[in-house]
Design a protein around this ligand. Structure first.
Ligand code: BES
Ligand code: MN
Ligand code: ZN
Length: 503
């Protein structure tokens, strides 16, 4: 466990094992950020040649370690690049993340990064916690690297109440992202729908226990209840698996709520494709197909811990998409929770079956806005890559998601739902809707048009995060390899903005 604290201390005098120093890539060469002024002074005229010898340029993503002699008290300085704009929270979050990974054996670390405002303090703490994330539950030997026990953020405004509040906010957001990452990283055998529902229950208990804890209610619907509720979509996917399906519903209903937000997240705990089986290489990361469900649960708990004055009803439908004698077949017709019938064409287009049921449950609550988030289509991964999410939906909500993403430091891009899709999803000869039509292009748009049928015309946005939930490459910024937690902070920020605008 790492403890984070704020102090106004001098970075040159602190006795931490390592001091992280932000470097700005200025037009006249690299310079240390304001928070590290005392370090600049301690080196005086020797700083320039020293940085130059070490190859420090200040460019984003850079980290250079240097042992000290008697210039400063700490034995190690870590220079991390901030790029050109030291006031940009995105750059600061990234630098703090890089810093967390560069220091592997210090018990105490001091961070001399831009932190003059609450927003920057939040970025520093969030970035450092998330960049230092590791998932070691399945390693038989613990690695040599240890996380620090103490991290001190050196800030000129350390004693202000807003600064302390920013630190707390950052910890709550980081907790939420970590929760999501842990679940997405967990092997699918240990994260079946019943086990994921247990994890949700444990996380809910941890947040709601004790005096003064936020009141969030959790209901878990099992297979029998889902059958009574007519959730044919969820059950049609789960029928293939030995593990029965679940639906978790979380409610945060503070008395001062100024708006009602419904969240829906896809929870396919493993996606083999079903009878329309995936090629082997496409199946590799399909334990992450429950990232949407994980992110709505994590975001809802964070919103409650932050005490945001907004009512949130979150739905996390969970099923495992497997191959068996009880699998749904292409050609089957499924009746969804809202009575709509769907002709199945491709059992690998299973996410929309879970979401259709959960969206229709969500709109029954008459929320002001519905957001759904899902690793829904490879098409959106192909179109936007592994760092930019796709957003479709009503004209009033899509810009709000894009803005929330920008504020949270996650990038999303609007995609359209073309007119022709309406006709195509209604082209089944025997049912109301056709689940999939085998036209290979534009599949993410088709999926969105399909989901829209279950939103009852309410203000709605759909986040297709396929490929964003897992980083299959090297770590960058505050994002490690493996599960990323993409979407969690966008959802929380969306809720914060909705509360601010409605209030
Ligand atoms: N879970 C996948 C989508 C996915 C792809 C997630 C890559 C993460 C990374 C989804 O259920 C799926 O299989 N989608 C199909 C849609 C198609 C059948 C319309 C796909 O991507 O091919
Ligand atoms: Mn699939
Ligand atoms: Zn899937």
């Amino acid at each position: 466990m790492t403890t984070y604290s704020l102090r106004t201390a001098n970075p040159a005098k602190t006795r931490a094992d390592a001091v992280v120093v932000g470097v700005v890539a200025g037009d006249k060469g690299p310079r240390l950020c304001e928070a590290a002024d005392e370090v600049s002074k301690a080196y005086g005229r020797r700083l320039r040649p020293f940085l130059s010898t070490m190859g420090v340029t200040g460019k984003a993503g850079e980290a250079v370690k240097a042992p000290t002699r008697d210039e400063v008290n700490a034995p190690l300085l870590v220079f991390v690049g901030l790029g050109e704009d030291p006031a940009d929270p995105v750059a600061v979050r990234r630098a703090a993340g890089v810093a967390a990974r560069s220091v592997s054996n210090a018990a105490s670390v001091a961070l001399a990064l831009p932190s003059e405002t609450p927003e920057l303090i939040e970025a520093v703490v969030e970035g450092h916690r998330l960049g230092g994330y590791t998932f070691t539950a399945y390693k038989s030997k613990q690695s040599e690297a240890t996380e620090p026990t103490d991290v001190v953020v050196l800030s000129p405004v350390a004693r202000r109440a807003e600064a302390v509040a920013a630190l707390e906010r950052a910890e709550i957001l980081a907790d939420a992202v970590v929760l999501c990452r842990d679940w997405v990283n967990t092997p699918p055998k240990d994260c079946t729908p019943p086990l994921l529902a247990d994890l949700v229950a444990a996380a809910h208990r941890a947040v709601t226990k004790g005096r003064g804890a936020p009141k969030v209610t959790l209901e878990v619907f099992d297979h029998e209840r889902l059958a009574e509720m007519g959730c044919g979509g969820i059950l049609s996917v789960g029928s293939s698996s030995e593990s029965p399906s679940r639906l978790a519903k979380l409610t945060w209903a503070p008395k001062d709520a100024v708006a009602h937000l419904a969240l829906v997240g896809k929870g396919v705990t493993f996606d083999s494709g079903g009878l329309t089986i995936k090629p082997s290489s496409s199946m590799v990361n399909m334990k992450g197909d429950m990232a949407g469900a994980a992110s709505v649960v994590a975001a809802t708990l964070a919103i409650a811990r932050l005490g945001l004055p907004i009512r949130v009803t979150a739905f996390a439908p969970m099923a495992e998409n497997m191959v068996s004698a009880t699998s749904t077949r292409p050609g089957d017709v499924i009746t969804m929770h809202n009575g709509t019938t769907v002709e199945i064409a491709n059992t690998d287009a299973e996410g929309r079956m879970l979401l259709g049921d959960a969206l229709s449950l969500a709109v029954e609550e008459k929320p002001d806005v519905v957001l759904d988030i899902a690793t829904l289509t490879g098409h959106m991964q192909l179109a936007l890559g592994d760092k930019v999410g796709a957003v479709m939906g009503t004209d009033d909500q899509v810009p709000a998601v894009l803005a929330a993403g920008a504020a949270a430091g996650e990038q999303h891009w609007r995609m359209p739902i073309p007119e022709e899709m309406t006709e195509r999803i209604h082209s089944s000869k025997i049912a109301d809707l056709l689940q999939h039509d085998w036209v290979r292009w534009g599949g993410g748009l088709y999926a969105s048009a399909f989901l829209r049928e279950f939103t009852d015309g309410l203000p709605w946005a759909h986040l297709d995060i396929a490929g964003k939930e897992m980083n299959t490459g090297s770590p960058y910024g505050h994002v490690p390899s493996g599960a990323t937690g993409f979407g969690v902070t966008t959802l929380v920020e969306f809720a914060r903005a909705l509360a601010a605008d409605a209030g």
